[in-house]
Design a protein around this ligand. Sequence first.
Ligand code: FAD
Length: 388
Amino acid sequence: MKNTTVLISGASIAGPALAYWLSRSGHTVTVVEKAPALRPGGQAVDFKGETHRVVLERMGILREVRRRQTGGTDQVIVDADGRRLAVMPGEFTGGDIEILRGDLAALLYERTEKDCEYVFGDSITSLTDTEGGVHVTFERGAPRTFDLVVGADGIHSNVRRLAFGPESDHVRFLGHYYALADLGTGAGNVMYNEPGRMVALGGPKSPAFFVFASEPLDDDRDDVERHKRLLADAYRGMGWRVPELVARLPEARELYLDSISRVEIDRYARGRVVLLGDAAYGNTLGGFGTGLAVVGAYVLAGELAAAGGDHRTAFRAYEEAFRGYAKVARQGSAGPFLAPATWGRIRMRNWVFKRRFLLRAMLRLTDRFATDIRLKDYPALTGTSAAP
Ligand SMILES: Cc1cc2nc3c(=O)[nH]c(=O)nc-3n(C[C@H](O)[C@H](O)[C@H](O)COP(=O)(O)OP(=O)(O)OC[C@H]3O[C@@H](n4cnc5c(N)ncnc54)[C@H](O)[C@@H]3O)c2cc1C
């Protein structure tokens, strides 16, 4: 086997999922994560359809994912007086299995921490791709050389920037922002819209969840106090319980605000560096990110094993196998669906949720996207000849 030392940037979902498969197939894996520890938090993420289920099963975690699942919860869409207008069913937002992102990340970490080296609180500062390996420097740690480097560091990928060029070349802003705030609302699972703005309260972990249309904001992604002010400005003058929420924003202990954006990149690999998960095919809140990350990790590791570690052959096969499957992430945006631009579009969206046949058709469509790949059997990963 060639190319056995692999550095993965990012310890959320894609990174540890790949670490799992690579360590099983004889690689020496290091995972570097910018955060000082495994990041908790995030709302629920979900898996849908046969393909996701088969990959989780082959990883041996399906039962544990089911055990930790949140169970999809219906979301009641209300008017300004709190009267029920429609219900967004849990099966629509939660797929077949819904789990908190932080719980899934913790599970993947538990399954890999003994066999892989995890380095928290550090980040890659340069990558020099040579014939014999990639020379890597870090913000804190000493420089090292790895055979391969994987960018599994999310939609704002650091590895993508270093190896493929600036984020502005590869990430398109889709006209909305979202924010998650820990406002301890204690409310049921409710959602309220005015044109271009949405607030949802309750749901897994009861965060307050905001989506709003906006011009690109000149935001420093780490400046939480500025984010609180931006959010308060965006929600000024809105009805329902929003004035109370805005008034409590300064007290929020946690607040995360980011753009709704989509990665648009044609190649996942350059030399010995390859992208995986949201870094390669992210579409914020698009509903497919976690499934794509887990299936992508399986295919990338499988192709590396099948090619005896020859990265050129393996990366080409991964791109060919995956580009079609990941095309769902190149379409659509959650923004106009969650925060429609006009009262008419809000009514239209709510109307769809009252029509079971339309809902069933949408669920069939998402199932088709989620299963639109012929999963190969990679005996070097699974140790068996499993049927797809
Ligand atoms: C804290 C958090 C909350 C989220 N909440 C939701 C949610 O509520 N709903 C939803 O649908 N999706 C959410 N996501 C995104 C979701 O996890 C992904 O769409 C999907 O699971 C694919 O995961 P990924 O591992 O490719 O990317 P991500 O989950 O985005 O993980 C990227 C990882 O890379 C790390 N990282 C970033 N920069 C560097 C760097 N320079 N060096 C090293 N590591 C770096 C990040 O800290 C993170 O751990 C969230 C992600 C995070 C990190």
